[in-house]
Structure formats: C-alpha cells, structure tokens
Design a protein around this ligand. Structure first.
Ligand code: SAH
Length: 366
C-alpha cells in the first residue's frame, strides 16, 4: 500500500482510477474474482482481510495461496493513493493528510480526536464545482469526481492508523465520518452512495460503521436530496444554508439561483421525516454579511418547529478574502435569537485552523 512519495507515474488526463475491491458490491467482488479464474469464495476472504480485519498487507493473508494472493492483489487492490504528508495541530488531536491520487490529483482528509469519539472529514471530489465565494475549494473549480474506492480508502487508511496506534493518542476506533472535505458529495451521487454502503455494511462486506455516525453535507442540490431521502438510510444530512434570504444566498451559495431557500428547506424537511434524523443547518458567520440580528430572526422563523439543529461556523477566511468572521457580540446575539425561536443552536469549534485543515481550506495550499 502507499508509502510517501511512491507514486511517480502520472496518468493521462481523463484516465479512470484503477478498479479496487472497495468499488465493488459483494456480488461484484465474486464476479471479479471468478473472472480472474479464482474460486468465488476468495472474494469473501479478501473482504474479510480488507474490511473485516482492516489489513492492507497481503503478505499476512495466509489463508489464500501465495500465487492467488499475488494475482488478486494486483487486480483488486491496486495502490490508489499515497500520503504526501500528515500535518498535526490542536495538541496532535487533529491530523490532516494530503493525498496524491494515481493521476497526481491532490485531495485531503482530516482526522479529529475528541474525548468521546473520533471523526474523519473526507473529500468526495477533487476540487468542487459549486463556486461558493467564501470557500477555498470552490475557488479552484472541479478537477474530477473521486471513485468509490478513493473515498473509502481515505477512511480505511485512517481506521488502520487508529487500529495500529500510529495516530497520536494511541489506539482508537473511528466513530464518525463527515463528507465535509473537498467537493459536493451529492454531485458525485452514485459513488458517494456506494462509499456509504462500504462504510456501513456489516463486516466483512463493509466496515460496519453506524449510519447514524455519517453526515453528508450539501449545498442543496434538491433533486439529489430527494433521492437521498428515498435511500432509507439513517445518515445525517447537513445543509449549507449560510443565508435565510434568496438575495444573499444567491451570492454566497450560487446554486441557490437554481434551487431557492424555500425549496431547499422543503427538501431538508423531507429528508428529516424519511430518515428520522434532525437535519443540521450549516451557517458560516461572516462579519456584516449574513450575521445581522434580523437575519437570525428570519432564519429562526423559517426553521422553528422543524427537526433541525443549527451549526454556526465562524468564517475561516480564505487567503485574499475580503470577508472575515463575525464579531463575538454579533455571534452571541445570533445564537441568542435562534434559541429564542426554540431552535437548537451550537457554534462549531474550529479545529485544524493553523494547518489549513478547517472548513473550506483543504488542499488549496497544496
Ligand atoms: N460541498 C458541501 C461539503 C463541503 S464544505 C457543502 O457545501 O456542504 C463543508 C462545510 O464547510 C460547508 O457548510 C461549507 O459551506 C463550509 N465552509 C466552506 N468554506 C468555509 C469557510 N471558509 N469558513 C467556514 N465554513 C466554510
């Protein structure tokens, strides 16, 4: 598996990431193994090692004869990505990883340890096409979708490091995954969905993580939100609202020109109803832009009495940005007004700020 600096081959533009075990459903794994002339039960053995035991060292897979192991590994466990570097901060409780994919594309993931849980923030696309002006990823545009296995491997690598104790703080298990790294997960719908299946299917088909511990964050692609609601999952949906009125949201989240605040909130409530989970409304507080008391009141009126929770994020200014985080007194007043409407509201901690690992900062610095 990847070691720093190992990838030298740069694939031609437009080439597809190599196929990997984690791209395949259990049935597809059996087919793939049979196509290689191997016994179909080898698929289960491979899954048991990769998903069940979280092992990426085929040498130790001694229940598979060496010759088969070589063939299967070459065909189904190609090296997808290598670590360019890990950077830590917050007393080593936050670790950002910069990954280089097979075609030289860079993406990032962040691992955050808390007293009661471990969360990984992962990327679903290289870059992003949604163009939100306050987000560093949005500035660079979309490079490409990640494959299912490229999404899963960010998690798999984190889980292996946690299991082996090589992450500062000692051995631990991953509990939460948030699709809040680079990219718009619902714009890479099928691969993100398959990745969620790989993460949550019980071992050895998948890693057996709880659906409840997985959060998919979206700018508000309404048709995809409806489709996601119909999957019957109990994942959490986070909606990046950032403004309660169309005039401002058109500017902050340009996809709002297509699907308006009212429509996007309806789609959020539909998700809440079908999943039984509270929707999380993400709102980056930007000084004098969206942090006025009247906007807090407007937001409160729009979302009160719904299955909702508001997550206020102090803006993490991107390089050269004209915008900055709200004054503390304005932030406090915003919280107070939402709470006065009975809306559960918290201010997100800003983990990873000094390593550009905080919201919207991923991989921009390379
Ligand atoms: N595309 C998805 C997921 C990735 S961004 C989405 O937009 O929801 C994860 C969250 O970080 C989003 O709520 C996004 O709006 C927010 N974010 C992006 N840049 C930020 C910044 N500079 N400061 C604070 N939050 C930011």
């Amino acid at each position: 598996m990847p070691k720093p600096g190992e990838l030298t081959f740069v694939a031609p533009r437009g080439a597809k990431p190599p196929r990997h075990l984690a791209d395949l459903s259990p049935a597809e794994r059996k087919e793939a193994v049979a196509e290689l002339g191997e016994q179909p039960f080898r698929a289960k053995q491979l899954s048991n090692h990769y998903f069940g035991r979280m092992s990426n060292d085929p040498e130790s897979w001694t229940d598979i004869p060496a010759a088969s192991r070589g063939k299967l590994t070459e065909a189904l466990l190609p090296e997808l990505m290598s670590v360019v570097r890990h950077v830590s901060c917050d007393d080593d409780e936050t670790r950002k990883t910069l990954w280089k994919l097979f075609d030289g594309t860079l993406v990032e993931s962040v691992l955050m340890r808390y007293p009661d849980r471990v969360t990984m923030c992962i990327s679903s696309q290289a870059g992003c096409g949604m163009n939100c002006p306050f987000c560093a990823t949005g500035q660079a545009g979309l490079t490409r979708n990640l494959s299912t296995a490229e999404i899963v491997e960010q998690i798999a690598a984190g889980m292996r490091d946690l299991k082996s104790g090589s992450v500062a703080g000692g051995e631990a298990r991953l509990s939460n995954v948030v699709f809040m790294g680079m990219g718009e997960p619902l714009a890479n719908y099928n691969r993100v969905l398959s990745a969620i299946r790989r993460l949550t299917d019980p071992a050895p088909d998948g890693f057996g993580l709880s659906q409840r511990g997985i959060t998919v964050s979206t700018v508000g692609l309404v048709p995809a939100m409806h489709r996601f609601a119909d999957e019957g999952l109990s994942c959490r949906l986070a909606l990046s609202l950032h403004a309660p009125d169309d005039e401002l949201r058109d500017e902050l989240v340009p996809v709002n020109t297509r699907w308006k605040v009212a429509e996007v909130l309806d789609a959020a409530w539909n998700y809440a109803e079908k999943s039984g989970r509270r929707v999380s409304i993400e709102y980056a507080l930007i000084k004098d832009i969206n942090d006025q008391a009247w906007r807090a009141d407007l937001l409160g009126r729009l979302i009160k009495n719904q299955r909702v929770h508001v997550n206020l994020i102090p803006l993490n200014p991107t390089p050269g940005s004209k915008w900055t985080a709200s004054r503390p007194e304005d932030e406090r007043e915003f919280v107070r007004r939402l709470q006065a409407h009975g809306v559960p509201t918290t201010v997100r901690d800003t983990r990873g700020q000094e390593i550009d690992g905080a919201c919207g900062q991923l991989a921009a610095a390379g």
